[in-house]
Design a protein around this ligand. Structure first.
Ligand SMILES: *[C@@H]1O[C@H](CO)[C@@H](O)[C@H](O)[C@H]1NC(C)=O
Length: 298
């Protein structure tokens, strides 16, 4: 039996076929990952200027003025700004993810550490359904990135109920899109999927990663899922993701197991969530409604 971890999700998969595939393709991916050129310090995303959190800033101002916070983008029909891959010189989510994949774990950790810190009443930047990248150079990350192994995990959808104090959506649900990584298909096929496995979402003052604020996705108490096609069991209990917004519409996460015997244990896998929008500029509430930014075609 093989065990692996996927962005807050732990997979237990049986079958010699899966294990054989794992060893051959992982070696290729590992050598590709280690030979990728390292980007210059401080310009890992080669973007023109530092991130500004306009939405979060405005809400904080309202709170400072003694007004009740009013959150932006509280319903799917509100105007949605997709994560702008072109601003970072890319044509698609695939290309942006490839860029993240060229970064070392140390650089990814630095991006996470240097991101603006969330505040206790500052809201949350993502709405509706998002795209994702899996990143990191560890063996676990390379396994998780292999389309044969990630079993179609293809992002997360946030629910529309916001915590009235923090402005953070109270819940998310994971997306499983079986063809998500199949770049030979059009986006409209790749984004199709189902929503399964809930997590609670909340602000934490002291993250496990560096004791500073973050948003946590808490899979404690989530339902386990059996995949009848791959005969795999998805265990989601006890996994915590710690997220920060590195650039507008781009959240980066570190992953911890909360119930490890000697305190929290970090999984050496990073992942990004990217704001997606519908073709007509609203917030997607289903996986297949994610039309922008383009997933492939780059
Ligand atoms: C990817 O899509 C193609 C169709 O373009 C299909 O033939 C192939 O089996 C798919 N690959 C996987 C791994 O599902």
């Amino acid at each position: 039996m093989k065990i692996w971890i996927l962005c807050g999700l732990l997979w237990l998969a049986g079958g010699a076929g899966a294990v054989r595939k794992l060893s051959s393709s992982s070696a290729t991916q590992y050598s590709a990952a280690v030979s990728a050129p390292a980007a210059g310090k401080g310009q890992v995303l080669s973007q023109p200027q530092k991130a500004k959190q306009a939405v979060l800033g405005e809400v904080a101002d309202a709170a400072a003025a003694g007004e009740a916070p009013h959150w932006h983008n509280t319903k799917p029909s509100d105007a949605c700004m997709p994560f702008d891959v072109s601003r970072y010189g890319h044509k698609s989510v695939d290309q942006f993810c490839a860029k993240l994949n060229s970064l070392s774990d140390a650089q990814l950790k630095e991006l996470h550490a240097n991101a603006p810190l969330p505040s206790s009443n500052g809201g949350f930047p993502l709405r509706g359904c998002s795209h994702r990248c899996i990143a990191g150079s560890s063996f676990a990350a390379i396994v998780a990135k292999d389309p044969d192994n990630n079993l179609g995990w293809g992002g997360k959808c946030f629910k529309w109920t916001l915590n009235p104090t923090t402005g953070v959506p109270t819940q998310l649900i994971n997306i499983f899109s079986p063809q998500y990584d199949n770049a030979s298909l059009p986006d409209s096929e790749r984004v199709k999927g189902v929503q399964q496995a809930h997590a609670r979402v909340y602000y934490v003052e002291h993250s496990r990663g560096d004791n500073k604020p973050a948003w946590r996705f808490d899979h404690g108490g989530a339902e386990d899922i059996f995949d009848p096609v791959r005969k795999s069991m998805l265990i989601v209990q006890g996994f915590n993701d710690e997220m920060r917004e590195v650039r507008p519409g781009f959240l980066l996460g570190r992953i911890f197991i909360s119930h490890a015997p000697d305190g929290a244990l970090e999984m050496p896998i990073f992942f990004a969530l990217l704001q997606a929008c519908t073709a007509d500029g609203h917030f997607p509430t289903t996986p297949e409604a994610r039309a922008l930014p383009p997933l492939g075609g780059g």
